[in-house]
Design a protein. Structure first.
Length: 365
């Protein structure tokens, strides 16, 4: 976008170029006149200034009408058409070639997007939509692709030493996606995974980039107290053998560095070999107990995600499941597949913005 200083500089440049062309034209005319004068005198003929003047006037009478009619008049009557055609061609170039827009600075590009939205929508709508997309223009969000989240519900073992099958059912989860770090932060080899008792803790963790994965932990306080009383080795054993937690980064398994279990839930500090990369493939798998009296599972989308696939399978003779998707775009609950024993929603070629997701309401039969 041209600033006032650049516009003034351009005007001075055009004025200077016009004066220079006029001077050059006059000098060339004088040179030609001088050559003609000396050429005439060298032949012994007296130079006729009155004849030269008559010739100049005759030439002016011959060339001025065409110049006035076909140059000035034509330009005056067609300048609006030419201006509209140039504007149309410039617009087509900008719309079809990102390289043309890339020559502008970032603020000019943002103003172009804002102005375009205002031209398409009412002022309030245009401003609202622009404020929605502005964080993404400023690259404040990372993105996810190839997103697949699968839940499997089943009965919990009756003879478990802490969690009773009469009180709990089992939730198995597997999440896989590719994450692209576009914001300033990069993936760190030291990351966290959390299972939280309170939703307020889960909400804050969802917005914390140090957490690779966060989940709601629906267990009774009495069972949580038993877990807190385990020693460090037993806590690690519970995560590995009972919850069967596994995390892979680019197909390389991450190691559990430390396990903390307290009144807030379960917090894991983990290490992997990948460091400071801007693109990773993430796979998280585990199983956990969930109270039958708290029949709710939430699959959250906390970052912009392309074409997510979310699926839940369950024993239809033991449970009834209601799926409630709340996703932006054209996808709705009518697009979800819900058969006995399976719920699935697949978003085709659309970006889902945070905070979105799917809630599953579970009732025991």
């Amino acid at each position: 976008m041209l600033t006032q200083e650049k516009k003034e500089k351009n005007r001075r440049g055009r004025k200077y170029a016009t004066i220079m062309l006029a001077c050059v034209s006059f000098i060339v005319w004088l040179v030609i006149l001088t050559i003609k004068y000396f050429f005439t005198e060298s032949r012994g003929i007296s130079f006729d200034f009155s004849g030269l003047l008559d010739g100049i006037l005759d030439n002016l009478l011959g060339i001025l009408p065409p110049i006035i009619i076909f140059n000035f008049a034509y330009e005056y009557f067609t300048q609006e058409y030419v201006s509209e055609e140039m504007s149309e061609q410039i617009t087509q170039t900008l719309m079809s070639d990102p390289r043309a827009i890339s020559r502008f600075d970032k603020e000019a590009k943002k103003k172009f997007v804002h102005t375009t939205l205002l031209s398409m929508l009412k002022e309030e709508q245009g401003n609202m939509v622009y404020e929605m997309i502005k964080p993404y223009i400023d690259s404040e969000y990372n993105i996810r692709k190839y997103y697949k989240y699968k839940f499997t519900l089943s009965e919990y073992p009756q003879n478990h030493k802490i969690f009773s099958g009469q009180k709990y059912y089992r939730v198995q989860e597997k999440l896989a996606y590719k994450k692209l770090y576009i914001a300033s932060n990069k993936f760190s080899s030291n990351f966290k995974i959390g299972f939280f008792m309170e939703e307020i803790e889960l909400d804050s963790a969802l917005k914390n980039q140090t957490f690779l994965f966060r989940e709601d932990l629906n267990i009774a306080v009495s069972e949580l107290n038993q877990l807190t009383q385990l020693n460090d080795s037993q806590k690690r054993d519970f995560l590995i053998n009972d919850m069967k937690l596994k995390v892979y980064i680019d197909n390389i398994e991450a190691a559990i560095n430390f396990v903390q279990i307290d009144e807030k839930g379960i917090l894991l500090d983990m290490l992997c070999q990948q460091t400071n990369t801007s693109e990773i493939m993430v796979e998280v798998g585990f199983q956990m107990p969930q109270l039958k009296t708290r029949g709710k599972i939430f699959a959250s989308i906390s970052e912009p995600t392309f074409s997510p696939n979310i699926e839940l399978t369950y024993p239809d003779d033991k449970m009834k499941v209601i799926m409630i998707p709340f996703l932006n775009g054209s996808t709705s609950s009518q697009d979800a597949m819900h058969y006995e024993g399976i719920c699935e929603i697949l978003v085709q070629d659309e970006w889902i913005m945070p905070m979105s997701g799917v809630t599953f309401i579970i009732e025991m039969k």
